[in-house]
Design a protein around this ligand. Structure first.
Ligand SMILES: *[C@@H]1O[C@H](CO)[C@@H](O)[C@H](O)[C@H]1NC(C)=O
Ligand SMILES: *[C@@H]1O[C@H](CO)[C@@H](O)[C@H](O)[C@H]1NC(C)=O
Ligand SMILES: *[C@@H]1O[C@H](CO)[C@@H](O)[C@H](O)[C@H]1NC(C)=O
Ligand SMILES: *[C@@H]1O[C@H](CO)[C@@H](O)[C@H](O)[C@H]1NC(C)=O
Ligand SMILES: *[C@@H]1O[C@H](CO)[C@@H](O)[C@H](O)[C@H]1NC(C)=O
Ligand SMILES: *[C@@H]1O[C@H](CO)[C@@H](O)[C@H](O)[C@H]1NC(C)=O
Length: 938
């Protein structure tokens, strides 16, 4: 929510006579029974996982009902602000009984993309309706036009997938004559502010060319992807000329669109302009010098444009300059020193090189400086020393080096936030250093802070976020540090060699959202964790013992946990049947431990689960059928366990989003169920090293993701919206094809593999397999397959690795195999193949051993098809050839990157430009909140 919206909200709150009973307890508030009743019914139909509405109960005095505001005279319910409560369920018509409700805020709740209920349009007294960030979907009901008293209607969302609302026509807005904050209609003379940010406007045509925007002071059209729409005049590839006459504009935001024109020369006529955001477009060419005449400009944001800078240096009133994510190169311009009013300078995500110029030290008003992700080298000492008003400094992701000592921080009394990770800096301070600052945010990731634990951190009692990952600490955590963590919302101490035990975390970390302790040397039992934690990574330590106390801790309290990684530890014992309260889990990794026993049925409670890794344990019994409730599953990895039974057919019916199914090295037996073929998104199918028999189903050609070489949509998805924090647990996949380690990580969307090796599969290789021409690796080795290699094998245009070894295939190698230009690994050994190996540069360049154990001849074999009898098939079947595709899964804790406002490394994401700018826009809009924390005075 932007500050302007907030201001509006506040003003609405003060204009109207609203009161919480408690605020004016001398007024006798007699709640109106029918309205209390309506609220109770309304509550009944909501799902309220955090029990926020516990106080709405008939036995509780209505004055104490949380979030309800009453009129101080009539006692009517006036406001229901239950924003950000993660409600879901249904909006019950009982709401209509609240005939005096003027303010309804459903911001941040989750109605699972159901349409906005039309009944809202019957709430005629509403003046303020806030539906942004609500997961509603579908057509925005035109009936909202009946809300004739509406002053404020917010249907936007800055987060590009938090709702999927769209509009076709906006005529209905003309029913809202008082609307001040969302409008396109010339019948609305009061319009001061037009915000259509992140609107899905495809098909929407502002039908009135004679729009009277003369009084418009704020125009926010950000985050509308205009490029593909057929809108006649407003939003084509160039900046709309119609904006040209809006000369009273003070706030212009066209960011996040597809504008590709040059920056218009006429912008200079906007002499009142104070805020200009043209970020995240494809603007080209030079910025006209005339922009330098907009002397009222206080805030400029130009992200992701190609532009040059010099015009800026004349704007002496400039307070904020944000040039984030452009393509600026070369040294940081010394002329910046002309901008003496500057308080906020953001040059991040460019390609500035060389040292930080001394002249920046002259910007004595500077409160925040953001140089993140450039190629800046040299030292940081001068900025620290000179900028004594600095509150926030971000120099992360650069090439700064050298030692920073106590002296350098001597003037940093006001520093509240220091983000400096990913440099080559060393902190050299004495053991008993007391810093002059009290930080709220600190990230020194990859600095050299070790080997002792930096005790001065314990002096930072206002810390909210702390990152000291990969800082060469080889020590125990002092107990006073754990105490300090009670108010942290983010703690990352991963990738050190910290040892000792992790204390129980229910008392400490009470407000924590994110805790990453991975890749250290922690030992002992799993700590109990507060239900508030949303992200927990304890992987790659030496934690041991059972998981029961962890899982079943506070059994009745719903857990907020979304990402839980306990992989690579020494945990053992059974999983308790305590998953009922973990409904928010999105990614779960218990892989590489010593767990035993069956998977408890309550795993079926994890209805949000997308990533499930149980590999490399000793789990046994059947996969529980309750798993079919986890319909969001994208990855199932249970490799290297002792699971038995047949492969459940419901995997195909119910888990239609599966991309990775890895069952390798278990004791699954029986047929490969045909139902699996419904998994059209499947990219990795590994059933190797089991006891499967029967034939390979012909329906495999239905694996449509494998049938195309296009990169598929491997879910690049984010966590379901939660108020503070979103995440994409990227999985970096180490896929070893034929002993060659290829790290696919973020290119996982390209990896397509079938491995059915080491089973007892029989029958012929169906020619349908060859239709999977996106497949890169096909391993059918060590089965009892017979028949010929399908003639159409040459259709598998993407295949890099084929292993049919140790079967009973006969006949000749099909000529078409010579078409497989990407083929670099082939193993046909130990079959009954005969005849001449087809000639192609590809096949002849392979190792002769690929063909051993057959009656083949011709290069690369020595036998040139002259001798009749070649060596018989008697070699030892020892083929040290690789044991199938050995998939080693591990998580990259990418989710950290999504913690709004931490500005950590996102480089893998940044490959995708579209995504990148949406992401940054998102940060830009939502990050305010955190930035606000960082520097209250902004
Ligand atoms: C109700 O509240 C309004 C605004 O706070 C106040 O001006 C008004 O006097 C109050 N009415 C009574 C009867 O107290
Ligand atoms: C801007 O205003 C002028 C004078 O009122 C008018 O002639 C011109 O057509 C307008 N331009 C646009 C693009 O609307
Ligand atoms: C910087 O300011 C100086 C003195 O006010 C002025 O002479 C110079 O032209 C300015 N530089 C730029 C690039 O605007
Ligand atoms: C800093 O970077 C610049 C430009 O890349 C280079 O010329 C210079 O040598 C570097 N300085 C140091 C100290 O590495
Ligand atoms: C940690 O906090 C607890 C409770 O506030 C206190 O009793 C204890 O002494 C503290 N420990 C240290 C090492 O500061
Ligand atoms: C931490 O663990 C690593 C890897 O297991 C080991 O090499 C190292 O010696 C351990 N360090 C300490 C201090 O225990």
């Amino acid at each position: 929510m932007s500050s302007i919206t907030l201001t509006l909200l506040l003003s609405l709150l003060t204009i109207h006579p609203l009161n919480f009973c408690t605020a004016h307890s001398h007024f006798e508030v007699l709640c109106i029974e029918s309205e209390q009743h309506a609220l109770l019914i309304f509550k009944q139909h909501l799902l309220d996982p955090s029990n926020r509405l516990a106080s709405w109960a008939s036995e509780v005095d209505c004055c104490d009902w949380v979030s309800v505001l009453y009129h101080n005279v009539t006692s009517h319910v006036l406001q229901l602000p239950y924003e950000r409560s993660m409600f879901s369920g249904k909006i019950n018509p009982s709401l209509l009984d609240l005939k005096h409700l003027i303010y309804l805020d459903l911001n941040g709740n989750d109605f699972n993309y159901t349409p906005i209920p039309k009944l809202l349009s019957s709430m005629g007294s509403l003046r303020y309706l806030h539906l942004s960030f609500v997961r509603f979907g579908g057509l925005i009901p035109h009936q909202l036009g009946n809300l004739s008293k509406l002053h404020y209607l917010n249907l936007g969302s800055y987060y590009f997938s938090s709702n999927s609302l769209y509009v076709k026509k906006l005529q209905w807005l003309s029913g809202l004559p008082l609307l001040q904050h969302l409008d396109l209609n010339n019948k609305l003379p009061s319009l001061l502010e037009l915000r259509l940010s992140n609107f899905n406007i495809s098909g929407f045509i502002p039908s009135i060319p004679s729009i009277n925007f003369s009084s418009l002071a704020t125009l926010d059209l950000s985050l509308n992807s205009f490029e593909n729409t057929s809108i006649p005049f407003w939003f084509q590839g160039t900046i709309p000329v119609h904006i040209q006459n809006l000369t009273s504009l003070r706030h212009l935001d066209l960011s996040g669109n597809g504008f590709n024109s040059s920056i218009r020369n006429w912008l200079y006529s906007f002499s009142h302009l104070e805020f200009l955001n043209l970020g995240s477009n494809y603007l080209q060419g030079k910025v006209p010098r005339s922009l330098g005449k907009l002397c009222n400009l206080k805030v400029i944001r130009f992200f992701e444009n190609t532009s040059n800078l010099f015009w800026v240096f004349g704007l002496h009133n400039l307070v904020s300059l944000h040039l984030f994510g452009n393509q600026f190169q070369g040294p940081i311009p010394v002329h910046l020193q002309n901008l003496t009013s500057l308080r906020h300078l953001d040059l991040s995500w460019n390609q500035f090189q060389g040292p930080i110029p001394w002249s920046i030290g002259n910007l004595s008003s500077l409160r925040s400086l953001d140089l993140e992700s450039n190629q800046i080298n040299g030292t940081v000492t001068q900025i620290l020393g000179q900028l004594s008003k600095l509150e926030s400094l971000n120099i992360g992701l650069n090439m700064l080096e050298g030692a920073v000592s106590e002296v350098h921080f001597a003037n940093s009394m006001r520093l509240k936030a220091l983000f400096a990770s990913q440099n080559r800096l060393t902190l050299e301070v004495s053991d008993n250093w007391t810093p002059p600052f009290q930080l709220n945010h600190l990230d020194l990731g990859s600095w050299n802070l070790g080997p002792k634990f930096p005790l001065w951190l314990c002096s930072q009692r206002q810390l909210l976020t702390l990152g000291i990952s990969n800082t060469r600490i080889l020590d125990e955590v002092p107990p006073s540090f754990w105490n300090l963590t009670s108010q942290l919302t983010y703690l990352n101490i991963s990738h050190n060699q910290i040892y000792g035990e992790i204390p129980h975390i229910p008392m400490i970390m009470s407000s924590s959202l994110v805790l990453d302790v991975s890749s250290n040397n922690f030992t002992g039992l799993l700590p109990c964790i507060s239900s508030n934690v949303t992200f927990l990574d304890l992987s790659n330590n030496s934690l041991s013992g059972s998981i029961s106390h962890f899982l079943c801790y506070k059994m009745n309290e719903p857990k907020n946990m979304q990402f839980l990684n306990l992989g690579k530890n020494l945990l053992s014992g059974k999983l308790s049947n305590c998953w009922m309260m973990w409904k928010n889990l999105y990614a779960l990794n218990l892989g590489k431990n010593n767990f035993t026993g069956s998977i408890p049925t309550s795993i079926g409670s994890l209805v949000s689960l997308s990533y499930l890794h149980l590999d490399n344990n000793r789990f046994s019994r059947k996969l529980p059928s309750s798993l079919k409730n986890c319909k969001q599953l994208v990855t199932i990895d249970v490799a290297k366990n002792d699971f038995v039974g047949s492969i459940p057919s419901w995997i195909g019916h119910r888990l239609s989003s599966l991309v990775i199914l890895n069952l390798h090295s278990n004791n699954f037996h029986g047929y490969i169920p045909k139902e699996l073929c419904s998994l059209t998104s499947l990219q990795i199918l590994d059933l190797s090293h089991n006891k499967l028999f029967g034939s390979i189903p012909k329906c495999v050609h239905n694996f449509s993701a494998m049938a195309t070489s296009n990169s598929s949509n491997y879910p690049f998805s984010l966590l379901p919206w939660s108020s503070e924090y979103i995440s994409a647990p990227f999985e970096s996949q180490l896929v070893a094809i034929k002993g060659k380690d290829l790290e696919y990580s973020t290119t996982l969307q390209l990896v397509k593999i079938i491995d059915l090796s080491n089973n007892n599969l029989s029958g012929e290789i169906p020619e349908e397999v060859m239709h999977l021409n996106g497949l890169q690796s096909l391993n059918l080795s060590f089965n009892i397959l017979t028949g010929r290699i399908p003639e159409n094998i040459g259709d598998m245009g993407s295949v890099e690795s084929i292993d049919f070894s140790s079967n009973q295939l006969f006949g000749q190698i099909p000529q078409s195999m010579s078409n497989l230009t990407f083929l670099s690994q082939l193993n046909l050994s130990n079959n009954n193949l005969i005849g001449k190996i087809p000639s192609s540069t590809q096949l002849q360049s392979l190792d002769a051993s690929s063909f051993f154990g057959n009656k083949l001849c011709g290069p690369p074999l020595i036998d040139n098809c002259t001798i009749k009898d070649v060596q018989p098939n008697t070699e030892k079947k020892e083929c040290k050839a690789f044991s199938g595709v050995d998939v080693d899964w591990f998580y990259v804790g990418m989710a950290h990157g999504f913690v709004v406002g931490f500005w950590v490394v996102l480089s893998p994401l940044l490959l995708n430009k579209q995504w990148r700018f949406l992401y940054f826009q998102f940060l830009d809009h939502l990050g305010y909140k955190l930035r606000g924390l960082v520097a209250q005075t902004w």
